[in-house]
Write a protein that binds this ligand. Structure first.
Ligand code: NAD
Ligand code: TDX
Length: 331
């Protein structure tokens, strides 16, 4: 297939491009606006005969239309993705996540293009720490932040375009990703690069909030599986049973880097901070036969720490600006 990957210069999109070129024979075009979160260096070294990059905005309907005319399927990662930024300035989230997805869906409708929409478990809101249940495909939507509400809105647009216009789409909602090429604004890379720079990690609130971690390469394998074998019109949850409190993750990072496990600061909490996410991915495992390769979070975290240690030139240019933004927010 000729695949168009939106947001392929971002964290998860670039991991997908590397994964798909290695594990399939698809040709890939990346469409990416190169916002502060996009980085062409994440796409270095890809085979020129199967990979092409186009700089552009998913809200540009003329450009989108011309690219859809020339591709068999679209995997849609492009988004404004950071909750903290959405609390500071929600507008770009509405433009890219809602209008951008709408623009792509209209092109999919015109061209009859197979469409896979990448979304998040945050659309379901949060769970209590002691709640034995986990999110499933049937959990009602209840997003908390401007970011997660725009992702929920984009999911609902996809469902409506499937039902009303017969667009051939699937949706996946994945839990928190970690791995190489993740922007230093996000929790795990922020804390790894803080410790590498001699700065104490920053935990929001009490650090008891729980995230369900999955390696980005396992997410990519799941998306490729859904693209090739998923049932049109369906939603699949992606998760690797990786629940950990933020405090536990910071302690693991500190210990791995030879520092005392309690060498961190508690800082102002995120407004509306979701307490816990947890994914039940039974459907994807049973119906499509996917399983995570990085089942051991601690081993995956160690390899991620090693990647940030070895790739300072990739992240260092973003670090000072990112920390200045956090400092202005008291975090
Ligand atoms: P990211 O912020 O690292 O990357 C986003 C990419 O989209 C960047 O390359 C950026 O330049 C591009 N982009 C932004 N606006 C654009 C526009 N208008 N037109 C074209 N390109 C644009 O994000 P990420 O963490 O890689 O997330 C990718 C997708 O996965 C998002 O849809 C996100 O909601 C979803 N997701 C993320 C996670 C996670 O843990 N990070 C978990 C589940 C789902
Ligand atoms: O410095 C920090 N300290 C801290 O305690 C940062 C940056 C975060 N946190 C906490 C907030 C969250 O509980 O760590 C947790 C993870 O934070 P983020 O990396 O900002 O991720 P989260 O808000 O959980 O959202 C992520 O997962 C779902 C992605 O950014 C989203 O794009 C995805 O949809």
């Amino acid at each position: 297939m000729k695949l168009l990957v939106t947001g392929g210069a971002g964290f998860i999109g670039s991991n997908f491009v590397h994964h798909a070129l290695e594990h399939s024979s698809h040709e890939i075009t990346v469409l990416d606006k190169l916002t502060y979160a996009g980085n062409l260096a994440s796409l270095d070294g890809l085979p020129a005969d199967r990979f092409r990059f186009v700089k552009g905005d998913i809200t540009d309907s003329e450009l989108v239309d011309s690219l859809f005319a020339d591709h068999d399927a679209v995997v849609h990662y492009a988004a404004e993705s950071h909750n903290d930024n959405s609390l500071d300035d929600p507008r770009p989230f509405l433009e890219t996540n809602i209008i951008g997805t709408y623009t792509l869906l209209e092109a999919a409708r015109r061209h009859g293009t197979r469409f896979h929409h990448i979304s998040t478990d945050e659309v379901y809101g949060d769970l209590a720490l002691d709640d034995p249940s986990r999110f499933t495909e049937d959990t009602p939507y209840n997003p908390s932040s401007p970011y997660s509400s725009t992702k929920a809105g984009s999911d609902l647009l996809v469902r409506a375009w499937v039902r009303s216009f017969g667009v051939q789409a699937t949706i996946s909602n994945c839990s928190n990703n970690y791995g190489p090429y993740q922007h230093v604004e996000k929790f795990i890379p922020r804390q790894i690069t803080n410790v590498l720079g001699g700065v104490r990690p920053k935990l929001y609130g009490t650090g008891e909030n729980v995230r369900d971690w999955i390696h980005a390469d396992d997410h990519s394998a799941a998306v490729l599986t859904i693209l090739e074998r998923g049932v049109l019109g369906e939603t699949y949850l992606i998760g690797a049973d990786g629940e950990k409190s933020n405090k536990d993750v910071v302690e693991l990072i500190l210990t791995e880097l030879g520092r005392a496990a309690d060498d961190y600061d508690l800082v102002t909490d995120r407004p509306g901070h979701d307490l816990r996410y947890a994914i039940d991915s039974t459907r994807l495992r049973n119906e499509l036969g996917w399983a995570p390769r990085f089942a051991d979070f601690e081993a995956g975290l160690r390899s991620t720490i090693a990647w940030y240690k070895g790739n300072q030139s990739w992240w260092a240019p973003q670090k000072a600006d990112t920390e200045a933004r956090y400092q202005a927010q008291g975090q």
